[in-house]
Design a protein around this ligand. Structure first.
Ligand SMILES: [Zn+2]
Length: 316
């Protein structure tokens, strides 16, 4: 069956062949409904079609992990420590005396809290997020909060650092979001993106069962290094650094979903994968596994730093 939208959202070539069929094995928000992902042979982008844009309330249930506050357990504390270490490196590269930060999809602002603790130069902190419930906590912690999408966010301010961590894969038109972020970035500033990578071993290994990187049906456009560089070239920003980082949650989702489908363990809408007791140990194990193989393998998440050159005429 041909469908006009099967043309790749990144390079507009196609039609792309079907790559996987999946259902929501993590939260069971859409019951038995199956979704198809297509793989662009030209640039490597993976995309869902049709995009379940009218089902947002359903596919992000109240127990969705980013709506539930972290419990301050050991895993959370280790993650915070690692994030702080990574963010400190990014901040070091920013020469500005005062650093204004925008976190797109930043929720209650826990990363902005970390940034403030990490570097005294961090000044104005802004969140743009659709989550209504996060607003009160964010404001109480001293962050400005815009409830809505980044495309709707209007300001005269330019930011020295913009964070989009695990966000770009959730939107229908990533190029529009990237262009908007580019317009909000201070010259010399950094846009930091974290997003899944389709060109990875676990994506291929779990393709026929369920690859956690699909986060089905919530990830709509999933990049590879090649396809991300392609979309970035259309934004006016330069890719300053692109590195692979551990995809431990995807390994854990993939394995738990496979065990659950074989009825070895039980998961359901009332007992989502992320709250299964196996999730933390599997994540820990595969974080170590990916860390060890990172020097010679493409793992399933990308960390990308994009920058706006001080001199517009400079070609990157
Ligand atoms: Zn493409």
């Amino acid at each position: 069956m041909s469908h006009p939208s099967l043309y790749c959202p990144v390079c507009q070539q196609g039609p792309a062949p079907a790559w996987a069929r999946a259902r929501d094995y993590e939260y069971f928000s859409t019951g038995e409904e199956e979704f198809t992902y297509y793989h662009c042979g030209h640039c490597g982008t993976l995309f869902i079609d049709p995009v379940p844009v009218e089902k947002l309330k359903q596919i992000y249930p109240p127990n969705y992990y980013s709506f539930v506050s972290s419990s301050g357990n050991m895993v959370t504390r280790i993650k915070e420590w690692l994030d702080k270490r990574f963010l400190r490196k990014i901040l070091r590269d920013l020469p500005a005396e005062k650093i204004d930060v925008l976190d797109v999809g930043g929720g209650t602002g826990w990363i902005l809290d970390l940034l403030k603790k990490t570097d005294r130069r961090v000044g104005f902190t802004q969140i743009a997020d659709i989550d209504e419930k996060a607003k009160e906590t964010a404001i109480k912690n001293g962050h400005a909060y815009f409830q809505g999408t980044v495309e709707e966010f209007e300001t005269d301010r330019k930011f020295h650092l913009i964070l989009m961590l695990n966000l770009i894969e959730h939107v229908q038109y990533p190029l529009l979001v990237l262009k908007k972020a580019a317009s909000l970035l201070h010259p010399g500033g950094i846009l930091l993106i974290k997003t899944p990578n389709t060109d990875s071993w676990d994506a291929r290994l779990f393709r026929k069962t369920y690859w956690g990187g699909l986060h089905c049906p919530r990830h709509w456009v999933i990049f590879s290094e090649k396809s991300f560089r392609r979309v970035a070239a259309q934004t006016g920003l330069c890719v300053k650094k692109l590195e692979y980082t551990q995809g431990a949650p995807f390994w854990a989702f993939s394995i738990i979903a496979a065990l659950s489908r074989k009825k070895i363990i039980h998961t359901s809408a009332q007992a989502p994968v992320i709250f299964h007791w196996l999730f933390a140990p599997l994540s820990g194990l595969f974080a170590l596994f990916d860390f060890l193989r990172k020097p010679f393998a493409k793992t399933s998440q990308l960390f990308i730093q994009l920058t706006r050159e001080e001199k517009q005429e400079k070609v990157c």
